[in-house]
Design a protein around this ligand. Structure first.
Ligand SMILES: Cc1cc2nc3c(=O)[nH]c(=O)nc-3n(C[C@H](O)[C@H](O)[C@H](O)COP(=O)(O)OP(=O)(O)OC[C@H]3O[C@@H](n4cnc5c(N)ncnc54)[C@H](O)[C@@H]3O)c2cc1C
Length: 418
């Protein structure tokens, strides 16, 4: 009889994990608190599918002092984990490309990812690191300003630019669409998805795991008692209260909430980001308006991406403790977009969003077995969760299935931070 595995959370990490487990023949049940896949951190990501690159923006992010101390201390211990990341990132991008191709996934993908180098100092800094980055297996190219503008002809000619770093194999896409399509593929392989269901607790005994879950009413459907009206004939599932179900293994893919379910001293910070998505202005006389693919500006701390006929700009990065809130500055994103790609979007149907994702103390993924027997973690780190999702899921699923993984991820295990 095949092993039963529960996956908690149906963001990019959970959906990819469910797919890979089901593809290996395991019996998979996904539990998701929300009403669909990719509703939280995976909802309006920067849309960049990027190879691992030293995170320019993170270094400049405003983080509380206690957190900076924890990050510094974790960084000193986490050398091995950091060195696993370039290979995991490459495996992951290759797996994403393979899934897109073999499953016919269409997520509005575009090839190309440039990092703006706005002055001579940044060019010199990039030049100094180029060989080290190539040594990690990264394929990149240093472009002068003219070459960069040729690749992104919609760039503002008046915006100062000294050059750009072109990340080969990088690009953009619609992460939510990707997750939705991969979910259907996982279902075709037999994985079950239970929405509006929150996992409350996981108890381990010698014979396996008991997972306690509970129906969670949709937030957006207020009851009459709360002043909401429902159509006559609506059926509202009656809450049965907490239910217990047995599994052989559980994979926590629930981001910031993983620490609570694990029930011991795992500390996660929250990385906040703000996004604005607007329709691209389509003008026959100006066919080059807007970005062709992905554009990162570490100086302004923002990313601009083409997603089909829309443009998304993200930024306003801040790191806080898990429950804190930050104020979103959408105007700064509009200004940044206007700075690089002026007049490129329509100002109707603009969507603004703010999301948080988990940030382990050393900024690296938590991938592997937890101290609780049978409970595994797949918590993607701050800025590159989509870029790492498919490879992380594949390697973790191989480990859970008892196979030799395509990559040794031992160093990324959660015990390094506890
Ligand atoms: C603004 C922004 C921009 C980003 N840009 C990029 C980018 O350009 N490139 C990139 O690679 N990555 C990017 N990321 C990161 C990437 O989007 C995330 O790392 C990734 O989406 C995280 O996916 P996840 O599945 O781990 O988390 P989530 O998508 O947050 O999914 C976790 C799910 O778990 C559910 N859940 C939580 N607790 C429970 C429970 N107890 N029971 C049941 N369900 C539960 C939640 O409802 C949620 O749906 C960005 C993230 C943000 C927020």
């Amino acid at each position: 009889m095949s092993r039963r595995v529960a996956v908690v959370g149906a963001g990019l990490a959970g959906v990819a994990t469910a797919y890979e487990l089901a593809a290996l023949g395991l019996k998979v049940q996904v539990f998701e608190r929300g009403g669909s896949v990719a509703e939280q951190a995976s909802f309006a990501s920067s849309a960049l599918l990027s190879p691992f690159l030293p995170d320019f923006a993170d270094a400049a992010s405003p983080a509380p002092l206690a957190w900076r101390w924890r990050r510094w201390r974790a960084g000193r211990r986490g050398g091995d984990a950091a060195s696993s990341l370039p290979a995991l990132s490459q495996l992951s991008l290759a797996r994403t490309a393979e899934l897109r191709r073999s499953l016919g996934l269409d997520d509005e993908a575009a090839d190309g990812l440039l990092v703006a180098l706005t002055d001579a100092r940044r060019i010199a800094a990039a030049e100094a690191q180029l060989e080290a980055w190539k040594g990690l297996g990264l394929q990149l190219e240093l472009l002068d300003a003219e070459q960069a503008r040729r690749r992104e002809p919609g760039l503002n000619n008046d915006a100062p630019l000294a050059g750009a770093l072109a990340l080969t194999h990088g690009g953009t896409g619609n992460a939510r669409l990707f997750a939705q399509q991969l979910r259907h593929q996982a279902q075709r392989l037999g994985a079950g998805f239970r929405f509006h269901t929150t996992v409350r607790a996981i108890a381990a005994d010698g014979a396996g795991l008991t997972l306690r879950h509970e129906y969670t009413p949709p937030l957006e459907a207020p009851t009459r008692a709360q002043g909401g009206e429902r159509e006559a004939g609506d059926t509202v599932p009656q809450s049965l209260g907490p239910q217990d179900e047995r599994f052989d293994a559980v994979v926590l893919c629930n981001g910031l909430d993983a620490a609570g379910l694990l029930g011991h001293g795992l500390k996660l910070a929250a990385r906040h980001e703000t996004s604005v998505t607007a329709p691209l202005r389509l003008l026959e006389a100006h066919p080059d308006l807007g970005p062709k693919a992905g554009w990162i500006d570490p100086t302004l701390g923002l990313a601009v991406a083409r997603i089909g006929q829309r443009v998304r700009v993200t930024g306003g990065l801040a790191v806080t403790d898990a429950r804190a809130k930050v104020n979103a500055d959408f105007e700064a994103l509009h200004r940044g977009l206007q700075h690089w790609f002026p007049g490129s979007v329509l100002h109707q149907q603009v969507q603004q969003g703010q999301s948080r994702r988990a940030l382990p103390a050393d900024g690296l993924p938590l991938l592997g077995a937890s101290a609780k027997p049978g409970v595994w973690l797949n918590v993607s780190p701050g800025g590159s969760g989509w870029g790492l999702a498919c490879g992380s899921a594949q390697v973790l699923a191989q480990r859970i299935a008892g196979l030799t993984p395509a990559l040794d991820i031992t160093a990324l295990g959660p015990e390094r931070l506890t």
